[in-house]
Structure formats: C-alpha cells, structure tokens
Design a protein around this ligand. Structure first.
Ligand code: SAH
Length: 394
C-alpha cells in the first residue's frame, strides 16, 4: 500500500469539494506535508481531518486536481476503472463501436473525473494529451489501462502533451508513441463522412471532434446551397455540406497545411464542387464574401482569459458583422465561439449587436453547444465552452 502525502484545507474550503468540484485553489491550503513535488498524488483533508479526495498536486493557482473523491490506490487498476467508465458512457452515446462513426472524445477532463486529461479516439488510435503534470506522470499506467479496456481494437497511444504542459516541465519533452505506431494514412469516418487525420502534425489532437453534431445539422440545410466555411481547418463542415449536395463549398483557413488536408478530404469524399483557400478569413470576407447562402464562422478562441474578453467581443462582433453584410437573402449564418470566458448570453448579445449594425433581420434557428462526449456536469460548469447559433438571415 502506498502512503500518500497530505494537504489540509482551511476551515470552510472543503465545501466546494464536498459538492464534487475537483479544484483546490492555492489559497484554500492551510498546511501540506513537506517534499511534495509537482505531479505527485496527495490525499486532501478538511481542517477537521475529514477525508475529501485524492488529488494530483501542481504548484500554481489550481494546486490540486481531484481524481477521486474516495480513498484509493492510484495504479493501473484505478485507471482501468476510470477508462472503462468513460468508454461505457461513449457506448451509451452510440459512439463506441458504431459502424458510421469511429472518432470520438474518450476522456474530457473534469467531465470524466480526470482533470487535466484529454484523450481522443481515432479509429483505433488514441491521442493522449495531458494538461497537468500529474496526468503526464501517469501516462504509462493510462496507456496500459487503454490496452486492457480496448484489447485488440487499440492500435496505438500517442502522447501529444508537449504543447499543453507548463514550460518548466515540458522543456525537452517530445511527443511520442506510448504504445504501437501509426504507419498507415489514417482515415476516420464521422456520420459516414470520411476524413484524413494527421494527429502528429495537426492542430490540437488532430481533429475538432466537438463540432460533430453541428456539422450534421449544417448538412441538413446544405442541399443546393452555396456554402462558405471559414476557419475551416481540414474541412469538417465542408465535407458534410458536400455530401449533402450543396451547389458549391469553399473552405478558408489561414493554415496552408490545414487547407492541403482539406483539399485531400474533398477528393476522399468525391467533392468536385469544393475549393480551398489558404488565406485570412477577414480578408476573404472583405473581398469575396458575397454570393453565399450559408456562411460558417468557427474561429479559434479569441479570448483565453477574462481580462482580454472585451477585445474578444470586439473581434466576434466584427467578424459576424462582415459575414452578415455579405450573406444572401434567405441565407443562414452558423456562428461559433469556443472561448470559455465568453458565456452564452454574451455571445448571443454580440452576434445580435452585429446583426443590428448590419441592418439584417434574423430568426434564431438553433442554439448549439458541444456534443455529450465533451461531457458537461453540474458540479463543473467550467466544462461548457462551445457555443453556437444558427440564424436565418432575411
Ligand atoms: N471548424 C473547424 C475547426 C476550426 S479551428 C472544424 O470543424 O474542424 C480554427 C481554425 O481557424 C484553425 O484551423 C486555424 O488555422 C484557423 N484560423 C485562425 N485564425 C485564422 C484567420 N484569421 N483566418 C483564417 N483561419 C484562421
């Protein structure tokens, strides 16, 4: 039995933890055992010596991330149980072992009881991304657990944490396979739409899986339409529009690498009416934005922290205004924000302010969010980040 060092909280600071919020802020800690290193597992106690949870320790504003609210040994067996639970939930969602979709998020951090851990499943290959040192230190146990849960279905586990860990820890850290390899040109299907995935060189874990349901919805509106997909990355939305019989589909992304893969995806899906442009969205909208029935705006997070959220609002407003000035009568605007610090209401108000300034009347068709494999729980509202709106534009 391993004995873990202890953190003791100030009186009253146990309350959020008792409501199953998994973060221990530095200011909540009254005392701690000596020699606790970043990434170590600790036991957390209230000032009155009540056991609260097992946490991973990391100096910083969030000093403890709780991985279990009961006393446990943290070993391969522990991770097998965690991953089994996450897998069964994806099975319940009809994502795991679905003949039409073989790409999904297997673990979404706090939503799956694994703060600081993201794992995406790409047709047998799992991309592991640690956002905390504690999770990175457990990577071999987690890879072992994946083998046990998936059995022969698992082809590889790729650790892609070098960009997501703090600099002082990640210096010299290389992304690498923890198990198996991927020598094939990897193709996944999502609702029967095909995509090449380059998880080694691509952005994030390789694909923006969180837009799956919104892409499907776009497909339903795309027939015979002229569609512009901006911030397209590798053409997630574009391929759905193409497969749904749109008249033309244009993809715009500032990354030439993304557009290269997007063009390859168009060939893979026999989309002869697709064209990709490796340019800035703002420039494209200014010069070529006219003549589209549907415009999709899915920019990267304009604000990563609350102190810059004002600038982000200005950015979202300008972008939406440019699209609205251009979109054809009777068209549709699909607009998104993945900034956690811009909440639903603020985003809605920003887009409607853009509509007022563009003098366009709109009707709200859909309020959109992230799919259920990007788990939102009542005890961790911070997990909700993707917001979308679909408007009919008169
Ligand atoms: N909708 C995509 C995901 C978009 S991610 C999907 O479904 O897969 C955001 C993308 O915006 C990235 O590919 C990034 O390269 C691109 N990007 C960032 N700034 C940009 C800009 N100013 N103009 C065009 N593309 C931009």
């Amino acid at each position: 039995m391993i004995e873990y060092p202890r953190l003791i909280l100030h009186n009253g600071k146990e309350l959020p933890v008792l409501r199953f919020h998994p973060w221990i802020f530095s200011g909540a800690i009254k005392t701690q055992d000596s020699n606790i290193a970043d990434g170590d597992v600790v036991e957390v106690y209230s000032a009155k010596q009540q056991f609260l949870g097992m946490a991973q320790y990391q100096k910083g504003s969030i000093t403890g991330r709780i991985i279990s609210f009961s006393k446990q040994q943290i070993n391969t067996d522990f991770w097998v149980k965690k991953i089994e639970k996450a897998f069964l939930y994806r099975q319940f969602l009809n994502l795991a072992n679905n003949p039409h979709t073989n790409v999904y998020r297997l673990v979404f951090g706090e939503g799956d009881g694994c703060p600081g851990l993201i794992m995406d499943f790409y047709n047998g290959h799992v991309v592991f991304q640690a956002h905390s040192i504690g999770m990175h230190k457990c990577r071999l146990d987690i890879a072992e657990a994946l083998k046990i849960v998936y059995g022969t279905q698992l082809k590889s586990v790729y650790d892609k944490s070098s960009e997501t860990l703090p600099n002082n820890y990640s210096a010299g850290l290389k992304n690498e396979f923890l198990y198996g390899s991927c020598n094939e040109e990897l193709i996944v299907i999502e609702n029967d739409v095909k995509f090449y995935i380059d998880f080694i060189n691509g952005q994030k874990t390789g694909f923006f899986i969180d837009q799956r349901e919104n892409r499907e919805l776009l497909g339903k509106y795309s027939k015979d339409k002229r569609v512009l997909n901006t911030f397209s990355y590798t053409g997630g939305f574009s391929m759905y529009a193409a497969n749904s019989g749109c008249e033309i589909i244009h993809s715009v992304d500032s990354s030439a690498k993304a557009i290269d893969l997007c063009n390859k995806n168009a060939i893979l899906n026999n989309a002869t009416n697709h064209e990709g442009f490796a340019v800035d969205t703002f420039d494209y909208l200014k010069d070529h934005g006219k003549n589209y029935d549907i415009i999709i705006l899915d920019p990267p997070a304009f604000a990563k922290s609350r102190d810059v959220s004002h600038n982000a609002v200005i950015g979202y407003k300008r972008l939406n205004q440019m699209a609205l000035q251009n979109i054809k009568k009777g068209g549709i605007l699909f607009t998104f924000s993945c900034s956690g610090v811009i909440d639903k209401k603020l985003f809605y108000n920003t887009v409607t302010a853009a509509a007022i300034e563009s003098r366009r009347n709109m009707k709200l068709l859909h309020t959109l969010s992230q799919p259920a494999d990007h788990v939102i729980t009542p005890n961790f509202p911070e997990g909700e980040y993707l917001k979308g709106l679909a408007f009919y534009v008169e």
